[in-house]
Design a protein around this ligand. Structure first.
Ligand code: ADP
Length: 500
């Protein structure tokens, strides 16, 4: 089996092997103390690059650059239509570099090229175009007021939407470019500026994107990228007094720390956190659709999705058939480097993640779960884990309670819809859930009772830029994508005019 580096195109190689700098105020910048972070190819475990290890001082410089750009006429002074045109130009440039971005992303994150193309590039191009349109549509309202203690006076009241200012965007490693652009696009459309800190192990596409934005004429300082560790650069960014909004996607534990820090200074904050999403298959479902659907719900992106369908609940009468069907699909998955088009699942992102996922499987086994398929690394360098199905699981098992963020599915049965809803909601998370049935009455009875932010019927993990995406409970606050995301980058101002 080859590794990803051997499969990389010439254009992508040129970027990967170049010297990498952070983007601060439009300049490629090394860390203030010269520190670097190694970057690996997960398909071999080999180091492929280094990026600067951003310091507190670097974060401060980046926030100052973002503040300056926010106040500067070349950005804040742009008419909405001019901002829209620039964002559309950026979308086109990304589309034209689609192959290069997908390759770099697959190399750095280990994910399938089909996946990085669809989710990191194509969906991001859509996102930029969708948000570009909002630049000209951020209007307020006129409000008929009747001030009760001044009955003889007339007033005219209206609201306006103003950009929040400097945004700190902190992203994880599972869909690195996608997560970055889903945050940057509404920032640009609202007229804000951003300091992005990508995950330490997947920084390459964010750096390439910042260069692209500069090439097409996004003013210096509007998009800044500081690479670095979460505990240093990330923490400095979150606590920086001149940041107005934090937009975070990542684990629930880190989200909690960030939410507390944001509250300290009353910063706006959106948190898209972990999940343990249920997939519920009722006995009247079309199993030719539901079985592959349930398998894909956990296999997609190697299970490294916050909304991955990691808990499968199947009605008793069809339990054995569904379990066998899903297990057969999971067992047949061909592991290989993400850049090999014949691979069906790549390596996990890092040695740490590989060990973490295997640890969860071990804990499941120790607590009495039955391994139906999977449960091992493979005899090859790189961070591969065989996708795994666990049956005979109970609600108390660590592998059932906690987010694994890998290709591990737990399967349990239920008697009736009441029990299905109770089991589905029996988690601290509340991100996604899917129901598989042909009975429309059951759909409408069940969907309102599922305590999650996004529900699917006869499908799972489908995202669209125009549909809000976000969780409740320990899965976070606020939304990504859609009109909701752009509004979260604005402050609403009320104005009341005395027209007497
Ligand atoms: P994981 O454990 O999978 O790396 P995290 O939620 O810790 O997930 O990481 C998501 C992002 O949050 C990464 O960019 C990481 O560097 C950043 N991060 C981690 N800790 C902090 C922190 N204390 N403050 C700000 N950002 C952080």
């Amino acid at each position: 089996m080859k590794n990803d580096l051997a499969l990389l195109g010439a254009e992508s190689k040129k970027f990967v092997f170049a010297e990498h700098g952070m983007m601060i105020g439009g300049a490629s910048t090394q860390a203030s103390d010269g520190g670097t972070i190694p970057v690996f190819d997960p398909s071999s475990g080999d180091q492929i690059a280094v990026v600067p290890e951003g310091t507190v001082e670097d974060v401060d410089r980046a926030v100052k650059a973002a503040r300056k750009a926010f106040e500067d006429t070349s950005w804040a002074g742009l008419k909405p239509a001019a901002r829209e045109r620039l964002i559309l130009k950026l979308a086109l440039a990304l589309e034209e570099h689609a192959q290069e971005f997908s390759e770099i992303e697959s190399l750095n994150s280990g994910r399938l090229i089909m996946n990085t193309r669809l989710f990191d590039v194509d969906l991001s191009v859509d996102c930029l175009r969708y948000m570009a349109g909002w630049a000209t549509k951020l209007h307020g309202k006129t409000i008929p007021v009747s001030v009760p203690y001044a009955p003889d006076m007339d007033f005219f009241a209206y609201t306006t939407r103003e950009p929040v200012g400097v945004v700190a965007a902190i992203t994880p490693w599972n869909v690195p470019l996608g997560q970055a652009i889903w945050k940057i696009a509404p920032v640009l459309a609202a007229g804000c500026t951003v300091v992005l800190k990508p995950a330490e192990n997947t920084p390459l596409t964010a750096l390439r994107f910042a260069l692209l934005a500069k090439e097409i004429g996004i003013p210096d300082g509007v998009i800044n990228v500081v690479t670095g560790y979460g505990a240093v650069a990330g923490a400095a960014l979150v606590s920086h007094p001149d940041v107005n909004k934090i937009s975070f996607t990542g684990s629930t534990d880190t989200g909690r720390i960030i939410g507390i820090e944001a509250a300290r200074n009353f910063k706006k904050c959106s948190l898209e956190l972990g999940g343990k999403s249920p997939v519920i298959i009722l006995d009247d479902a079309d199993l030719s659709q539901a079985i592959p659907g349930a398998a894909q719900a956990i296999l997609g992106n190697h299970g490294q999705n916050c909304c991955a369908g990691s808990r499968l609940f199947v009605q008793e009468s069809i339990y054995e058939e569904v379990l066998a069907g899903v297990a057969k699909i999971v067992e047949s998955v061909k592991l290989g480097p993400g850049l090999d088009p014949s691979s069906e699942m790549g390596p996990l992102v890092s040695a740490t993640q590989q060990e973490r996922v295997l640890g969860y499987i071990r804990s499941g086994v120790e607590e009495g779960a039955e391994v139906v398929v999977g449960n091992s690394a493979i005899d090859h360098p790189g961070f591969y884990v065989k996708p795994t199905v666990l049956a005979n699981v109970t609600r108390d098992m660590k592998a059932v309670r906690e987010e694994i963020f890998g290709p591990v599915l737990s399967v349990a049965s239920f008697k009736d819809t009441e029990e299905a809803i109770a089991k589905a909601n029996d988690t601290v998370f509340g991100l996604g859930a899917s129901v598989w049935t042909k009975n429309i009455d059951k759909v409408h009875r069940m969907i309102p009772r599922l305590k999650v932010g996004i529900t699917w019927v006869n499908t799972h993990n489908v995202l669209d830029i125009a549909a809000p995406f976000g969780g409740i409970k320990n899965s976070g606050i606020g939304c990504e994508l859609s009109e909701e995301a752009i509004l979260q980058h604005t402050n609403i101002k009320s104005t009341i005019v005395n027209v007497d």
